[in-house]
Design a protein around this ligand. Structure first.
Ligand code: SF4
Length: 78
């Protein structure tokens, strides 16, 4: 997969911005933080690999605590 989306969930403050701008991939969870749908991980960090960024770059740019990161072909975008 060309794009890796990384959610540092331990840093998430639950503002809801990612779920607002990119609801196909982000949703708010019962504990007040967001979930990256289909991501794998445990503890504070979750990863999802996709062929394309889709709206996840918008989600990352909208995050006030910069806890969403994107890598494309191994290169960090944000
Ligand atoms: S935009 Fe960032 S801080 Fe806000 S809910 Fe999403 S991941 Fe959490």
């Amino acid at each position: 997969m060309a794009v890796k989306i990384i959610h540092d969930r331990s840093t998430c403050i639950g503002c809801g911005a990612c779920a607002a701008v990119c609801p196909d991939f982000w949703e708010m969870a019962g504990d007040g933080k967001s979930n990256l749908k289909g991501a794998k991980g445990k503890g504070g960090s979750f990863v999802l690999e996709l062929p394309d960024k889709k709206c996840n770059l918008n989600a990352a740019q909208s995050c006030p605590v910069s806890c969403i990161h994107l890598e494309e072909k191994g290169k960090k975008l944000i």
